[in-house]
Design a protein around this ligand. Structure first.
Ligand SMILES: C[S@@+](CC[C@H](N)C(=O)[O-])C[C@H]1O[C@@H](n2cnc3c(N)ncnc32)[C@H](O)[C@@H]1O
Length: 208
């Protein structure tokens, strides 16, 4: 089964000075969801969340594949939330795009699908934690400072039968992430892997 790539004709190129422009990693995440479409359909997801939605192409693609599901997105960058909402609307997907850190303000919600293409570039810790375009890439130590904070939330935010998709590169030491999630009781699979210039990108999925 195929997933559709959302139209992005509504976006002014200049807006990508402030919001992450969809790139190979964004489309690898969509490819991973497409590969798992049958698996996900069988679970009949109701609540879907993308953390750090940027332009909104990934959560919009998911919303197009699951028109009956309620889609939410978050981003620390307010301009990204505005763009995500616009991308969803342009593609006739209903999306609540919320400006927040990770998923911390969703206190009582459990999601069937959570997706995250994090800021994964290794940087100084001081560079990490901004709310502008730097938040798109600056990942701090091991490129994992933001990711690791989300990992600790997953046991509370993911429904028992839910699936969490996470994009990582080699610098992030995926084996350590697998170990952290195993301690929380999650199994993992590698859904897709692709070399993009000097980066080996992969999407892992975690489930109980
Ligand atoms: C690599 S970009 C991915 C954007 C989009 N999901 C895509 O795949 O094209 C990472 C996104 O995470 C957002 N982000 C970074 N730290 C965050 C945090 N603490 N909470 C929510 N979003 C965050 C950034 O603003 C950026 O939009």
């Amino acid at each position: 089964m195929k997933m559709e790539t959302p139209y992005q004709n509504h976006i002014d190129k200049a807006d990508f000075d402030h919001v992450y422009e969809p790139a190979e990693d964004s489309f690898l995440l969509i490819d991973a969801l497409e590969k798992d479409l049958e698996y996900l359909k069988a679970k009949n997801p109701t609540f879907c969340l993308e953390v750090g939605s940027g332009s909104g192409v990934v959560i919009t693609a998911l919303g197009m594949a699951f028109p009956g599901a309620l889609c939410l997105s978050t981003d620390i960058n307010f301009k990204a939330c505005v763009m995500s909402k616009a991308t969803a609307t342009y593609n006739k997907v209903v999306l609540d795009a919320v400006n927040m850190d990770l998923a911390t303000a969703f206190t009582d919600k459990k999601f069937d699908i959570i997706i995250f293409n994090p800021p994964y570039v290794v940087t100084e810790s001081e560079e990490c934690g901004g709310t502008d375009i730097t938040a798109s890439w600056a990942g701090g130590v091991k490129g994992r400072e933001v990711t690791d904070r989300l990992l600790s939330l997953i046991p509370k935010k993911l429904a028992d039968n839910g699936t969490f998709y996470l994009l990582l590169i080699e610098d992030n030491i995926p084996s350590e992430v697998v170990g952290i999630m195993a301690k929380y009781g999650f199994r993992h699979d590698i859904v897709v892997t692709r070399r993009v210039r000097n980066e080996l990108q992969r999407v892992l999925k975690f489930h109980r």
